[in-house]
Design a protein around this ligand. Structure first.
Ligand SMILES: Nc1ncnc2c1ncn2[C@@H]1O[C@H](COP(=O)(O)OP(=O)(O)OP(=O)(O)O)[C@@H](O)[C@H]1O
Ligand SMILES: [Mg+2]
Length: 240
């Protein structure tokens, strides 16, 4: 039985008057890969921002590692990091971008760690290249290296392989699997790619209009969904 890492209870989030998320309960388990799928605008990125404590929900409670205080203590917030849907790279070298994540966390002895992270994503030969000259796939891998270098307990990935070619997709999927298996990193993966979710996730959740329609073990979710919306979504009846 895996330990519960996050426990969400009656969590709602609104922007102004508009409520975009309403989650009655959601548990995320230590060491799992949870795929979060759903149409555009469903609230997936918003949920990741809450899980990274970048925003505080307008209602409800998010418990993380048995703590529910708001704001979450810094040492716990630092265990979580996100690779955003549109990663922002500094106008500096590749390695400076990776080092930046460590600097933010006050870590100094980093040359080896930066090299290792760049090696993991296959970019060690580009360490000195200006980040602005990278291709889209390379930039995505730098963003991933910047997250890996801090060795988070929880890695939140928002469409990490959107717009990448099959070779880059395979590379990133391999990194995700290795992180989970070898370092026990908990991953929440937002993806529009149902096949990717099937390849990687142990559990999956469907979010629509801010609500969780179904959360289940991957095998049940993809092969025996209980909700008609899930069945339709994985059949591709709803294509976005
Ligand atoms: N800062 C904000 N202010 C106002 N509305 C917002 C804000 N951020 C998100 N929203 C709205 O909340 C809803 C959910 O957005 P979110 O980005 O979480 O969707 P998503 O599921 O990640 O979609 P996509 O698959 O297109 O990335 C959208 O309707 C969006 O317009
Ligand atoms: Mg999004």
């Amino acid at each position: 039985m895996m330990e519960t890492l996050y426990q969400l209870t009656n969590v709602a989030h609104a922007y102004g008057e508009r409520q975009v998320l309403q989650i009655d309960t959601l548990d995320i388990r230590q060491g799992e890969i949870l795929a979060l799928v759903g149409p555009s605008g469903a609230g997936k990125s918003t949920l990741l921002r809450l899980l990274n404590f970048l925003e505080t929900p307008t209602h409800g409670r998010i418990q993380f590692q048995n703590q529910a205080s708001q704001p979450m203590p810094l040492h716990l917030r630092r265990r979580v990091t996100t690779v955003f849907q549109r990663p922002f790279l500094l106008n500096r070298s590749v390695s400076a971008n990776v080092r930046y994540g460590l600097r933010l966390r006050g870590r100094r002895d980093h040359t080896h760690a930066v090299e290792k992270a760049l090696e993991q994503v296959g970019l060690h030969e580009m360490a000195r290249q200006p980040a602005r000259t990278l291709s889209g796939g390379e930039a995505q891998r730098v963003a991933l290296a910047r997250a890996l270098v801090i060795q988070p307990d929880v890695l939140l990935l928002d469409e990490p392989t959107a717009n990448l070619d099959p070779q880059n997709v395979a590379l990133i999927e391999k990194i995700i699997t290795q992180l989970n298996q070898e370092q026990g990193t908990t991953l929440v993966l937002v993806t529009h790619n149902i096949f990717q979710a099937r390849r990687l996730a142990q559990r999956a959740a469907l979010l629509m209009n801010g609500r969780l329609i179904e959360t289940a073990a991957a095998n049940d979710f993809f092969h025996h969904p209980t909700q008609p919306q899930t069945a339709a979504f994985i059949r591709g009846d709803m294509v976005y």
